[in-house]
Design a binder for this molecule. Sequence first.
Ligand code: NAD
Length: 484
Amino acid sequence: MEVRKLKNYVAGEWRDSNSKEILDVYNPSTDEVIARVPLSAPEEVEQAIRAAKEAFPEWRETPPTTRIQYLFHLKELLEENFEDLSRIISQDEGKTLDEARGETRRLIENVEVAAGIPSLMMGCLLEDIARGIDEELVRQPLGVFATIPPFNFPAMVPWWFAPYALATGNTYLIKPSEQVPLSQNLIFELIAELDLPPGVINLVHGAKDVVDRLLESPDIVGISSVTSTPIARYIYQKAAESGKRVQAQAGAKNFIVVMPDADLDRTVPALLTSFFGCAGERCLSGAVLLPVGQAYEALKAKFAEAASRIKVGDPLDEATQMGPVISRRHMERVLGYIEQGVREGAELLLDGRGIKVAGNESGYFIGPTIFDRVTPGMRIAAEEIFGPVAGIIKVEDLDEAIDIIHANPYGNAASIFTSSGSSAREFKYRVKCGNIGINIGIVAPMAFFPFAGRKESFFGDLHGQGQDAIDFFTEKKVVISRWW
Ligand code: NAD
């Protein structure tokens, strides 16, 4: 079967890249090449930026009520192609079909929320700030924005931002993760059916060089990125040099506290989803379990037993509960962390190495892995592994658990499992993370709430989604007027 080379979508048309640099895209459950993605040449990136810049004046003047009609149409097309898109995500990224369906649903929810822009984008007016003088505030779009997403939610993450950018009257450019470019290509096939004015939204494939072009371009006014922390820091600094707006979501190491009063029968299933859902490749995945006092013995036994029963396999098989990790390189990185944990003296309670999936022998599979007797100083307790590896650190009380959470540089998410209102209240009040779960293992904010990472998990001030998105994609202008 011939493997197709993906095209860019610029100025309302599909364009073949002339770049000589082309990467293979792999199906992580089979190790087969399923597409080829060009690393677009500098002039191709420039053409896309120019197309978006030229489309801006007319798009900005298009009434919001008209702009959102395109989003309504896009939602319809996404619903019609829901299963196809979910299958492509699953094939390209390796998450199970059900997890991919969840991703597609959240993508669509963001389109739905942005369709409320005529209300969300309204300004305000106060009459008579002095006698006969009125003051008003309006929100205006700024120009061309771009997004730099990660591999793990290849369809959804660009659409945490794009719907709000478009609805508020900006024009847009998406550079998909070069590891998983297929779902954006399908989405742009749907966009091509919308009859949007050319250049309003563009797709340019590539990697670091394309990112650098976007960061350096004086014609890009803002960047929304979702990457690992070192890349987020780089994007934040480099984009700020040219005065761009930046929201740079970054890496994570999420801790989950289980109090002695937690209902373990309900807690354990939530923990399985948190630690091993999406093969641990979620920025909201649990990474370290902190059982408090007497919770420890029973929890560790139940957690390990339940995790050992997770069915690892081909993500397109509906019976599969956990798919592969994204790439051979990443699999080796995760395996390296498991070896590191053993060297550091943690006790391997459940070993996911060497797992073979019948029919998918070449896939990048790692089974659920649990380390007990982890200490906060170990690298497996501190660094982001981004795979199906859990560590257990037994703590004496909630104070000790919160101290461990705070000692970690990340601040994306943290959860507590408890039946005590006062423990839950103390946790949500004190913990310095942006997304807090109370008897919830994956704290994924709905589209109308911001995705609120902190510390080394976020660089910027306005978050993605929710009202923050409206603020990020608009500039406030104040007008004071008097008429004689
Ligand atoms: P990554 O940092 O390797 O790459 C992400 C993006 O940055 C890609 O589009 C890539 O092309 C680009 N990139 C890579 N190297 C670059 C460089 N040197 N210069 C400029 N651009 C570069 O991340 P990944 O492995 O694709 O994704 C996983 C990471 O994303 C994890 O750290 C995870 O926690 C994080 N993430 C965070 C959130 C969040 O909301 N905080 C959500 C999802 C993923």
